[in-house]
Design a protein around this ligand. Structure first.
Ligand code: ATP
Length: 376
């Protein structure tokens, strides 16, 4: 006899939820999944009415589901948000060009404005050319560093208040494990946060932080969402691959392992006395950095001097061990005036405080939670 849905007790259960083990019908699954994301948003006060929110849209399952659910919840609960799709074109032919076509279709399907910003336009280098120069081994370092900054630059162009990304529970659990395995305490402290000030001054959050990847795939499939499912042509990130497989193996024996790792990560406190990076401003492009020169400029410096490994191994020093020069050769990145973002963040905080000056924040550097508006 067909089993009834554990939630509504009426319709036939068609799936077993990977996260809870409940057997549910399609409609109850949709509602439960969406309500959990809504609760994450509300419990963590991720947005304010009137905020302009950029959805980091890669065309993959996570960001497609995020865009769809954000639009659905914004309408259902009247959040009053202005939503935008923000895509970074890394310049990976046969991969990103195809996934961007998916994002363009999502733009039309969901009726959301789309902004595409390319590495070529921002840095003068596409990933295809970077891979020609550096080979396949370290290319993910370039891509990750450039993307983080590119999202902030896109946010500046769209005058956004906040960026959301499709990082899911599996991604967060993986990152916690990787930071433990690497002994990277500052990152371990930050990676469990649902909202960070980003590497620039714009807030970033992960509304799908507690959503299991398997459920995201189920949701996308059952809703027949249009998404792109090919792996990046250049993705040999072996270390993350091992962590991912380990999490999948754990999940197979104990489905709650993913959420348990996240809760453990959230409960850990960085001991006082651990040296944390102190935020300053890149002497070349103005981006927030913990060195005299930000990682993106250091990587570009290496690329343009024909010694790409330079930027990978040392963020602010050149081959002789001397600091990279702020106005150095081939400074292709234009100053981006990130102070505009900082001023905007400060104005928003003043507005929230009814015009009062914000109190100084005593958690400078990586632990800063005020977007650099109080601690600098
Ligand atoms: N090229 C891009 N443009 C805009 N946002 C991006 C881009 N690449 C990644 N992101 C954002 O970062 C999140 C995590 O990216 P990651 O590369 O880990 O992809 P993923 O886990 O496969 O996610 P997705 O399924 O959305 O591609 C994405 O969900 C998306 O919000």
């Amino acid at each position: 006899m067909p089993r009834q849905c554990d939630i509504c007790q009426g319709a036939r259960a068609i799936i077993r939820r990977p996260k809870t083990g409940q057997r549910v019908c399609k409609e109850c699954f949709f509602r439960a999944f969406e309500t959990e994301v809504h609760n994450t948003i509300v419990d963590n006060a991720l947005f304010r009415r009137g905020d302009r929110i950029g959805i980091g849209a890669s065309g993959g399952k996570d960001s497609t589901v995020l865009a769809y659910v954000m639009k659905t919840l914004n309408e259902r609960y009247d959040y009053g948000l202005e939503l935008f799709l923000l895509s970074i074109d890394e310049g990976i032919s046969g991969y990103r060009d195809d996934s961007l076509e998916t994002v363009k279709r999502n733009r039309d399907q969901y009726g959301l404005p789309l902004k595409i910003v390319s590495y070529e336009q921002l840095y003068g280098w596409s990933m295809d050319r970077i891979v020609e120069a550096v080979g396949r081994k370290n290319n993910c370092t370039f891509c990750g560093v450039f993307r983080r900054q590119a999202l902030d630059r896109g946010a500046l162009m769209l005058d956004l208040d906040h960026i959301v990304t499709g990082h899911n529970a599996d991604d967060v659990a993986e990152t916690i494990l990787m930071n433990i395995l690497r002994g990277d305490i500052p990152r371990l402290g930050r990676c469990t946060e649902i909202t960070t000030a980003g590497d620039g001054y714009i807030g970033r959050s992960k509304p799908l932080k507690y959503a299991y990847e398997k459920e995201i795939v189920m949701y996308a499939y059952l809703k027949r969402l249009d998404y792109f499912s090919t792996e990046c042509t250049y993705s040999p990130n072996a270390y993350r691959g091992y962590a991912r497989q380990f999490i999948k193996d754990l999940e197979a024996v104990r489905p709650s392992a993913i959420i348990d790792i996240i809760h453990s990560g959230e409960a850990m406190k960085v001991a006082s006395g651990v040296a944390m990076p102190v935020a300053t401003t890149c002497g070349r492009c103005g981006y927030i950095s913990s060195n005299a020169i930000c990682k993106a400029c250091a990587l570009l410096d290496g690329l343009e001097r024909g010694i790409p490994k330079l930027g990978v191994s040392r963020s602010s020093r050149d081959a002789d061990g001397a600091p990279a020069r702020a106005g150095g050769a081939g400074a292709a990145v234009e100053p981006v005036h990130f102070e505009r973002l900082r001023e905007r963040a400060l104005a928003l905080r003043r507005q929230r405080l009814g015009g009062a000056e914000p109190e100084p924040c005593d958690a400078a550097g990586a632990a800063c939670r005020c977007a650099g508006t109080e601690c600098q």
